[in-house]
Design a protein around this ligand. Structure first.
Ligand code: COA
Length: 176
């Protein structure tokens, strides 16, 4: 296990494959074992969300930024953010959405989430954002605790479609 502080860099078009692989693996590791998640719904979601074509289109979108955390030469996690998307409960004029934040299982609890979050907060400040927000599954207590630690609070809910399963995500917001 590599214990060095993760290095954070912005992804570009050369990172489509690594984001597709790490995106799918980290989502699978995080949610496949939960009894509420049917394998068919997991597969349907992951096939679409982590297809290389989907990731390539997102990287090409100027409103979206991916960050990759690396320890040594190994990708350990990633973050996806999107400018100016919002939900009804989100206040502020210049929102920034934290769309995804994932560490691979073997790196959880080793500073990957913190390093990605700190870079996200830095980019939010540099781009003059006034509100940060995210959706987190109602049963994802670990991530909720992590986000509260960084000052996010629940402001509402929305539906997250996992395959055929309409799940409930809590919306968390942080004013800056
Ligand atoms: C949520 C997640 C990104 C956090 O990343 P991480 O790398 O495990 O967290 P870190 O090791 O960087 O911890 C950062 C801080 O949060 C704290 N923290 C981490 N998990 C926590 C928890 N379950 N409860 C309370 N605090 C927590 C740590 O103690 C640490 O605080 P410290 O620096 O003051 O000691 C990670 O657990 C993860 O990828 N989970 C699976 C995917 C997921 O659920 N993503 C969110 C989807 S919305």
């Amino acid at each position: 296990m590599n214990l060095e502080t993760p290095k954070i860099r912005r992804a570009d078009a050369r990172d489509v494959q690594v984001l597709s692989v790490v995106g799918r693996r980290s989502f699978d590791e995080a949610f496949s074992d939960h009894p509420a998640n049917h394998p068919d719904d997991m597969r349907a979601y992951m096939d679409e969300a982590f297809a290389e074509a989907t990731i390539a289109a997102e990287i090409a979108n100027a409103q979206t930024i991916f960050l990759i955390a690396e320890t040594g030469n190994e990708a350990a996690g990633y973050l996806k953010m999107k400018f100016d998307a919002r939900e009804p409960c989100v206040s502020g004029e210049r929102p920034l959405e934290l769309c995804r934040l994932y560490a691979l299982d073997k790196f959880i609890g080793r500073g990957v989430g913190r390093a990605l979050m700190l870079e996200f907060l830095k980019i939010a400040a540099e781009t003059n954002r006034d509100t940060l927000w995210l959706g987190v599954w109602e049963f994802n207590y670990r991530a909720q605790a992590f986000y509260r630690k960084f000052g996010f609070e629940k402001c509402g809910e929305h539906v997250f479609q996992l395959g055929s399963d309409p799940q409930t995500d809590w919306i968390f917001e942080k004013r800056i």
